[in-house]
Design a protein around this ligand. Structure first.
Ligand code: NAI
Length: 308
């Protein structure tokens, strides 16, 4: 979607971290944005920031694990703006720790937010985006953990699933002029660390120790992560380019290549069964990958100037 000005976007988790960066980038590009948050303090802080920057962002409290609430939010957005063009399924949580230590509540929480939250977004918004026929775009926030699942297995499971889902959806919706991107960032400054502290009561029976509250006597380490603003600009760029994969951190390129090589090397070293190959061509490749493999990679995003 090259021409984003005036388009309406709905960004889950759009009041904190990466989602806030996306909402800022979209609004600065002239889009009308709805940004949601589960936690009220982020809602209030970001509403004040959007207003101070003179940006057209409407904030809304929303728990993406509640399908009825997501449906109501979609209906509200449509009533308010007439139509919705862009959905960013960005709300997410991180659970870090060995898989063997997880209890069912840990699995339930991360799957409910990181996978079913995306499902609910699609259920609520996709029929509305398809109905107006003006085209649109869906961004699903995954993670490099979905491509290099070397730790935090519960989290990586959800993010790998979101990448796979986005690829299928991209293929399915292309004929309707609806782009779909898997957004796959590396480390970005955000509140994801404290997200685990807001664990709802129904998921309380965790196998992991509660997150340690920050020690006010010790300043947090200054980590050289990407800013959430830059992470948001890269999403805007990916939407404009209609990218299948929106990647942010070239530091992961070698690791992803090694994993892809390990996969290729695991195919049995034997001749193809030509009859079987001919019967399953619809499963064994897709032109979408060739077209993106031939596409010019993105450069750094051009940051948009804030309105004065
Ligand atoms: P964050 O904690 O700053 O933002 C997460 C947002 O999701 C918050 O607005 C929170 O209210 C919302 N959220 C959480 N549970 C929710 C629920 N049940 N219903 C509605 N909203 C809910 O964290 P961050 O890092 O900005 O995370 C955004 C996305 O980016 C997540 O999907 C995360 O997995 C992903 N990501 C983050 C990376 C990082 O280094 N920060 C790297 C790769 C991916």
């Amino acid at each position: 979607m090259q021409d984003v000005e005036g388009r309406v976007a709905f960004v889950t988790g759009g009041c904190s971290g990466i989602g806030l960066g996306i909402a800022l980038a979209f609004a600065r590009a002239g889009m009308q944005v709805v940004a949601t948050s589960r936690r009220r303090p982020h809602l209030e802080e970001s509403a004040a920031r959007f207003a101070a920057d003179g940006l057209d962002v409407h904030v809304m409290q929303l728990d993406v694990t509640d399908p009825d609430a997501v449906e109501r939010a979609a209906a509200h957005t449509e009533r308010r703006y007439g139509r919705v063009h862009v959905l960013v399924n960005n709300a997410g949580i991180g659970i870090i720790g060995p898989v063997a230590q997880a209890k069912l509540a840990d699995w339930d929480w991360i799957i409910d937010v990181n996978i079913k939250g995306v499902v609910h977004g699609l259920q609520g918004f996709l029929p509305r985006i398809r109905a107006h026929g003006e085209g649109g775009h869906i961004v699903n926030t995954a993670s490099m953990g979905g491509l290099l699942p070397v730790s935090a297995g519960l989290y990586c499971l959800t993010k790998a699933g979101i990448i796979a889902l986005s690829e299928t959806l991209h293929i399915e919706l292309a004929p309707e002029n609806i782009g779909v991107s898997a957004y796959i960032p590396g480390p970005v400054h955000s509140n994801i660390g404290s997200g685990a502290a807001g664990r709802p009561e129904r998921y309380a029976d965790s196998g992991y120790p509660p997150p340690r509250p920050p020690d006010p006597s010790r300043p947090p380490p200054r980590l050289p992560y990407m800013s959430y603003e830059e992470a948001g600009e890269r999403v805007l760029q990916g939407v404009r380019r209609n990218d299948l994969f929106i990647l942010t951190h070239p530091e992961f390129r070698d690791g992803v290549r090694e994993r892809a090589e390990a996969l290729l090397n695991a195919f049995p070293a034997e001749p193809l069964n030509e009859e079987r190959a001919a019967a399953i061509t619809f499963l064994t490749s897709h032109p979408v990958y060739r077209s993106y493999a031939a596409k010019e990679p993105p450069g750094p995003p051009v940051p948009l100037r804030q309105p004065t």
